[in-house]
Design a protein around this ligand. Structure first.
Ligand code: IFL
Length: 462
């Protein structure tokens, strides 16, 4: 049965709101409040290490105590700091939040002669500045988000309206027309929010044109492939996947309906989803997976699953396919149980990892949190608890939390990198999942693909 998340949430509100429903389903064994406090303590501890060893740098190296830059090659924009802001705020770590906001106001300057990924810069930095603005209302944060988006805009000046992959933040020089649906079509929630807040429709219009341009080029089976040339509009691969290169294209179709009530985006989402369910759905030993297929013939071309695809159970459920979304999330939870931490790649046909590393990924707990928002079922909290405790056990290093080079060993071998999204994503999902914080509206909210909250914060009254 297809259910509409808005109706589910409206139903929950009519019954007295989430708070009235959740206690009946709460676990007798787990002290969720204590777990939420532990998440908050880990966030504060990590922030303090970052403050001391990498302040204003993009990403800390938690094993060596050094740092690296991203998305610019040789210049730091304070990526982790900006990604962390709304997480700090929702946890009530207010002095640290203010410290970060003060750094942005005094130091963040995007006028740099260097090249960035348009997609990464938008979801992480434009989105991070907007969610921090949503948290505290500071106009300077909005102005900086707008300035950054203005620097990315020239990338969309192509014959198709689909953006180049890279742009120089100072000169506007563009590079690489060969790109992917995710790189092209992951803008509308952030840029639509910018239009709403600034009154300038160009951001929403540009982002919407790009997402529609991908949809219009779908095959006769209603599938899209992983690579496309934004100048000619021609596909450059035949592989349809729900994983890397395509994932957030599907996500932002649904999200644009959820956030703005864009019914045409909802229609496009359902067309794409029906095709995925028809051509890519595979059941193996009672578990649901999604094969990679040829986008024009539907023939299976790969059985490897990206860990990145594990977010998809949440999206399916949001779009109304609750049973399938739950089943897919359970498939990944079984892999988590087996390895402790998910490998970056897993082949459902051989039941073996195809990539041994884990880049400190949030996708499974992202799905668990999304499912929990829909039906408040305790099992989603349990998946989040297992994810958090495994991270504490295996990923913690001297200066923060790090990615892993190999999830199959015991102990698991650590690498030396804390990606910016860690600050914005899993720490927030854990906290929201466990805490029942009054700073978040559990019935009406929106989190972006990067976990940035663009709707749903509740400021405590003074
Ligand atoms: O940047 C993150 C975001 O969730 C995304 N892709 C991958 C990252 C996290 O794994 O869209």
């Amino acid at each position: 049965m297809l259910i509409d998340r808005r109706r589910v949430l409206a139903g929950a509100t009519a019954l007295g709101g989430a708070a009235a429903i959740r206690p009946a389903l709460a676990s007798a064994q787990t002290d969720w409040h204590a777990l939420a406090e532990d998440v908050k303590a880990q966030m504060a501890w990590s922030w303090d290490r970052y403050r001391e060893h990498a302040w204003g740098k993009d990403e800390i190296k938690p094993v060596s105590g050094s740092f690296s830059s991203f998305p610019l090659k040789t210049h730091h924009l304070g990526l982790s700091l900006i990604e962390a802001l709304d997480t700090l705020w929702v946890m009530g770590l207010d002095s640290r939040f203010q410290d970060g906001v003060d750094w942005v106001k005094g130091n963040f300057d995007a006028d740099v002669d260097g090249e960035v990924s348009v997609f990464e810069t938008s979801i992480r930095l434009v989105g991070g500045l907007l969610s921090a603005h949503h948290a505290c209302g500071d106009a300077v944060l909005l102005a900086k988000a707008r300035d950054l988006a203005d620097r990315l805009l020239p990338a969309f000046a192509t014959p198709t309206g689909m953006p180049y992959r890279f742009i120089n933040l100072k000169t506007g020089a563009v590079r690489e027309p060969l790109t992917s649906p995710a790189d092209i079509a992951t803008y509308l929630p952030e840029w639509g929010t910018l239009s709403r807040l600034t009154g300038d429709p160009k951001y929403a219009a540009t982002a919407r044109k790009a997402i529609v341009a991908v949809f219009e080029r779908r095959s006769k089976l209603d599938l899209v492939a992983t690579k496309i040339d934004v100048l000619s509009g021609k596909w450059r691969s035949r592989q349809a996947t729900i994983g890397s290169y395509c994932d957030s294209f599907f996500e932002y179709l649904w999200d644009s309906w959820q956030l703005f009530g864009d019914a045409e985006c909802r229609r496009m989402y359902h067309v794409c989803t029906a095709a995925i369910l028809k051509h890519q759905q595979v059941w193996k030993d009672g578990s649901l997976w999604f094969a990679d297929v040829d986008f024009e013939t539907g023939v299976i071309v790969g059985t490897e699953q990206d860990e990145l695809a594990s977010f998809y159970g949440g999206l399916l459920a949001q779009g109304g396919a609750m049973k399938l979304g739950a089943a897919y999330t359970e498939s990944w939870a079984k892999v988590q149980k087996r390895f402790g931490v998910l490998p970056e790649g897993y082949d459902y046909a051989t039941a073996a990892p195809t990539q041994l590393a884990n880049a400190l990924r949030p996708e499974l707990v992202d799905a668990a949190f999304t499912l929990w928002l829909i039906d408040w079922d305790q099992r989603w909290r349990d998946i989040g608890r297992v994810h958090f405790l495994a991270m504490k056990r295996w990923n913690k290093a001297e200066y923060g939390y790090t990615d892993l080079a190999d999830v199959t060993g015991d102990p698991k071998r650590q690498a030396d990198h804390c990606p910016g999204y860690w600050w914005s994503e899993q720490m927030k999902y854990y906290y929201l999942l466990f805490s029942d914080t009054p700073r978040f509206d559990y019935n009406r909210n929106y989190l972006s693909t990067e976990g940035n909250v663009l709707m749903g914060f509740k400021r405590p009254s003074a």
